[in-house]
Design a protein around this ligand. Sequence first.
Ligand code: 13P
Ligand code: SF4
Length: 316
Amino acid sequence: MNSSENKLLIAEIIELRRKKNAVILAHNYQIPEIQDLADYVGDSLGLSRQAAHTEAEIIVFCGVHFMAETASIISPEKTVLIPDVDAGCSLADSITGDQLRLWKAEHPGAVVVSYVNTTADVKAESDYCCTSSNAVSVIETISPEKEILFLPDQFLGAYVEMITGRELNIWKGACHVHEKIGELNLAEKQKEYPDAEFLIHPECGCSTSCMMKSAMYFDCKDGSVYSTKGMLDRAQESDAGEFVVATETGILHRLQKDNPGKKFYPANEESVCDYMKMITLENLHDALRYNQYEVKVPESVAKKAFVPIERMLKIS
Ligand code: 13P
Ligand code: SF4
């Protein structure tokens, strides 16, 4: 598509959004064109909060399926659309409701804390949801005597365990994009950009090694590990002029836009989530035009899944 076709499509999307009283919510990993026209761009927690408070009749979710499902559970009276129903998540796929039911049966009485990157069926079996922004705070609200099942991300689980000092039973799931961002990437980038500050998402494979081998390159216990929203905040408040960013590369657009005087380098240029990139201007346009594809969670599941999500939204 050339730039004048792009401009036309963007103008049509803006007009359809107005006519249909819709809101466009986009995750920080979306393509730049979508981030630039969205009403709100944010991390999983921020997007859930927006879904809870919007006055619009239609929420078009530019992100992946579990995010749209979460929005539908929070706001069941709204129409929630995702432009491509196949925009999934390898991390959410790493545990099913049946697997969780079996795991719970092996640990009777344990409190289940599920990362928001899970299906509605898994959330319905959980006591708390959390995101990378509030996982530590969620664990800290649970009584120290309680056994905890933490799922599905093993790297986020290990990070939370180290920060809180709590022993967790951790599911061995991972995101196929983040698990490949390893310590070698950090070592290479540190050689290349010796003055850069590192911003690391806790889903990354490197977050664990960096926390354990303290001061191997730098000590992650002193900071460095952030949710995508945490990265955006940190980049603004830091005095550093250069940053190495260990997460999906889509966030570089917003980092650069918010901080024109600073430089941002991906820890691994290949860290691209194909699922996030399935949302395009064309299918966003069609979503608004044809009201497709609606994401609706069966009421019995949604009612149960709402409880852990609501608890998550109360903890910042
Ligand atoms: P955030 O909660 O930091 O936005 O991360 C979501 C996600 O999918 C990470 O891959
Ligand atoms: Fe899922 Fe990983 Fe993509 Fe995030 S980056 S949506 S965790 S597959």
